[in-house]
Design a binder for this molecule. Sequence first.
Ligand code: GAR
Length: 211
Amino acid sequence: MSGDYLLPRIATSEDPLRLAVLISGGGSGLKALLRHQSNGRRNHVTSLVISDVESAGGLKHASDSSVEHLSIPLPGGMKGIERRLEHERRIMEALASHDIEMVVLSGYMRILTPSFVSNWKGRLVNIHPSLLPKFPGAHAQRDAIDSGAKETGCTVHFVDEGVDTGAIIQQKEVPILPGDTVETLTERIKREEHELYPKVLDDISSGRVSV
Ligand code: GAR
């Protein structure tokens, strides 16, 4: 794998890795992570939740757990790359002011620019609802059903400059059952995601992952 990933420090439960979780929607993955972190001594803690969508339901999970949370929407009055870069500048300012050490994308539905990625590469992870490199993009479950495949799954990977192309850390298979809809398959995949992502974060923060 590529050598330009800079991994986070190996943390301890006394001095846990400070995570920011970026969301855009309901945040069931965030909720599972917060539950995992409160259920035992972990080497990571969620110190900040950021949503690009002001109405994202997931922000409530942060407030229910007394975790600092912000919504940082795309700025008005700008277009194209200028707008994306200004949005990410605001996010990076929040990450710096909260001493964040690692960024966890959990249902964050925006593509980050190479400029953001290069600042965080190795300390920026994503979960995707397919067995990458199969079915990248925003319609992974629908594409899996349409393909006639009998199996799909979920993937935790480091983010690189491409879309769903970074180094794969761990995957879990999920069956596609006859009669599955996007909704039923999405829910079955999420159940596995909610187990997989917290465990991968345990591994990363304890130094058990290499690239
Ligand atoms: C999850 O299934 C995650 O894999 C997917 O969005 C869902 C978020 O659910 N992410 C992507 O599709 C990224 N391309 P949640 O908001 O309930 O955690």
